[in-house]
Design a protein around this ligand. Structure first.
Ligand SMILES: Cc1cc2nc3c(=O)[nH]c(=O)nc-3n(C[C@H](O)[C@H](O)[C@H](O)COP(=O)(O)O)c2cc1C
Length: 169
């Protein structure tokens, strides 16, 4: 089954709530997904993932240095060609997800546009948007040439369903 890893840095839980909703969305489309704090993320998990979603809140117009370091380390994981998505909670300027997406593109990842930013604590409708992103990621990973064997007809039906609504945000 294709796999999505969602890595986040969140100081007060806002970006974490987004990460959990993205996972929920991906799982609802029959794709394996899990959210991990950046300091618990294992390079082996990243190497085998088909898609990597990375989230950080914005501090002083950028992401916090430990997340910058994490992104530097991604170079070693050979993420070229993998699906990428960037997200994060913010207060007023929200640069971090944009910077994450830039870095992902530099590494050769296929990054979903636009990045997903939510101001402060995500409300129910914001979490729905996060779930939508998770579903969109699931659709994209299912289009990656097979390396996990065949997909089931139920999964294919799920892909069709999402395709029709794709581009909704
Ligand atoms: C010291 C400090 C600096 C911040 N700097 C920025 C900033 O430059 N731009 C911005 O959009 N938000 C900024 N914020 C707001 C946070 O990004 C926002 O509170 C966010 O919801 C935190 O999410 P988290 O719980 O996932 O870390 C700042 C917050 C604090 C406490």
């Amino acid at each position: 089954m294709p796999g999505v890893i969602v890595v986040y840095l969140s100081t007060s839980g806002n970006t974490k709530a987004m990460a959990d909703a993205i996972v929920e969305g991906a799982i609802s489309r029959n794709v394996d997904a899990k959210a991990v704090n950046f300091n618990e993320a294992k390079m082996e998990d990243i190497k085998v993932a088909d898609a990597i979603a990375i989230g950080s809140s914005t501090f002083n117009y950028r992401m916090l240095p430990p997340m910058e370091k994490f992104l530097q380390n991604l170079e070693k994981a050979n993420v070229k060609g993998k699906v990428g998505a960037a997200f994060g909670s913010y207060g007023w300027s929200g640069e971090a997800p944009v910077l994450i997406a830039e870095k992902m593109r530099e590494l050769g990842m296929k990054v979903l546009d636009p990045v997903l930013r939510i101001q402060y604590q995500p409300a129910e409708k914001d979490l729905e948007e996060c779930k939508r992103l998770g579903k969109d990621i699931a659709v994209k990973v299912k289009k990656i040439p097979e390396k996990h064997g065949k997909s089931t007809s139920i999964e294919d039906a799920g892909v069709q369903e999402v395709k029709m609504g794709e581009g909704g945000h």
